[in-house]
Design a binder for this molecule. Structure first.
Ligand code: NAD
Ligand code: DAU
Length: 348
């Protein structure tokens, strides 16, 4: 099989590329990535010389480039992760989200259809999406594959649009697609604009820990390597045309996650108990902040046998160790443009 992974230099994409390159030496894995601020080839140092791996720098917004790439390489499968992924950035600038997440996805679908139109046998287009397309939950209930779409941020609306286009290609052209909608991931190589790596980095530097609103919003945290394993299972065993919800069965209020990281880091850094918690700073809430996400992943468990690894505190501790041991990685991604973004976001 020749598989094109898009967005493979990003957080989740790099875990997916690593898993596929190492687990399937008989496959050829191409990683197409524009290398935006969120894409980092240092995430894939350990596989960059593997004989079954190739990096291609390119933009999914470039339709002609995609058409000629697909004609030349004749891919059997696509695992599409490339996206603008940060909700706060979508609020301050939605255009890039519409362009890459909606138009870019359509360009990829068009390029795949162009080479597969005469025979779809053995082909697969896997679209990696988010639970945010379902909107915001109250205190009860969970999102599942039958939940109605109700996206509420420019990011989630752009991902919802792309999900609809992928389904349209399945219904209209018979393209063999699968979609998964996953909850919040955490783990190594996560860009520190997102809550968990941002808090780890700020505790390390004794900087204020920005908590939006009252910190009571709830997220369902999933270890990124479990997500990569789910993507592997769904890519190989998922039924064409189907959707799978992926989640950690692991709901936490933001403030409790932040306090847990503080506790673990005080122990690891030899600081006094309670020292890092004093850095917690409540800041202006995110506009339209979704209250709660939670996933019911029963379908994935009963039909494809996938379950998340537990427990959270152990995997979070392992995650913190990775950031503490990979100071160079953290310093490189938090210099330059990142500092400008950080100042705009938190000092407005
Ligand atoms: P990320 O921001 O870390 O990585 C995105 C990658 O896409 C980067 O490498 C970037 O360079 C690349 N990219 C962006 N625009 C591109 C373009 N125009 N052409 C080619 N490459 C481009 O994102 P992530 O957190 O790893 O998320 C990956 C996917 O998973 C996204 O589609 C996201 O919506 C989805 N998702 C993320 C989470 C999460 O918790 N992070 C949860 C569920 C679903
Ligand atoms: O649910 C899946 C989604 O999870 C993915 O589709 C997105 O790509 C990913 O970014 C993530 O979205 P969130 O908005 O939930 O993640 P983020 O890490 O930005 O925020 C997590 C929670 O923490 C959220 O309720 C907002 C809050 N938060 C975030 C930041 C950056 C803070 O309180 N302070 C912060 O500084």
């Amino acid at each position: 099989m020749k598989i094109l992974v898009t967005g493979g230099a990003g957080f989740i994409g790099s875990h997916v590329v690593r898993r596929f390159v190492n687990t399937y030496p008989q496959y050829t894995i191409h990683n197409l990535d524009k290398l935006t601020y969120a894409g980092n080839l240092a995430n894939l140092k350990d596989v960059e010389d593997a004989p079954n791996y190739k990096f291609i720098k390119g933009d999914i917004n470039d339709k002609e480039f995609l058409l000629s790439l697909f004609r030349e390489e004749q891919y059997d499968g696509v695992i599409h992760l490339a996206a603008e992924s940060h909700v706060d950035r979508s609020i301050s600038g939605p255009d890039a989200f519409i362009q890459t997440n909606v138009v870019g996805t359509c360009n990829l679908l068009g390029a795949a259809l162009d080479i597969w139109k005469n025979s779809m046998t053995g082909k697969r287009f896997y679209h990696v999406s988010t639970d945010e397309v379902f909107g915001s939950l109250g205190a009860e209930g969970k999102f599942s594959e039958t939940t109605k779409y109700d996206p509420r941020s420019p990011y989630s609306a752009s991902k919802a649009s792309s999900d609809h286009m992928v389904r349209a290609y399945s219904h209209t052209y018979g393209m063999p697609v699968v979609i998964s909608n996953c909850s919040n991931n955490y783990g190594s190589h996560h860009f520190p604009e997102k809550l968990i790596p941002l808090i780890i980095n700020n505790i390390k530097h004794k900087k204020p820990l920005p908590v939006y609103g009252k910190g009571e919003n709830i997220r369902d945290w999933l270890w990124v390597e479990d997500h990569a394993r789910a993507i592997d299972v769904i890519f190989h065993q998922g039924v064409s045309g189907e959707t799978y919800c992926v989640g950690g069965n692991n709901e936490w209020k933001n403030i409790d996650v932040v306090k847990l990281i503080c506790k673990l880091m005080d122990e690891k850094l030899g600081r006094n108990a309670g020292e890092s918690e004093q850095l917690i700073t409540y800041v202006t809430d995110r506009p339209g902040h979704d209250a709660r996400y939670a996933i019911d992943a029963t379908k994935l468990k009963t039909e494809l046998g996938w379950e998340p690894t537990q427990p959270f505190d152990l995997l979070l501790s392992k995650t913190i160790d990775w950031y503490l041991q990979n100071e160079k990685w953290l310093n490189e991604v938090t210099s330059g443009d990142y500092m400008k973004y950080y100042e705009n976001q938190y000092n407005r």
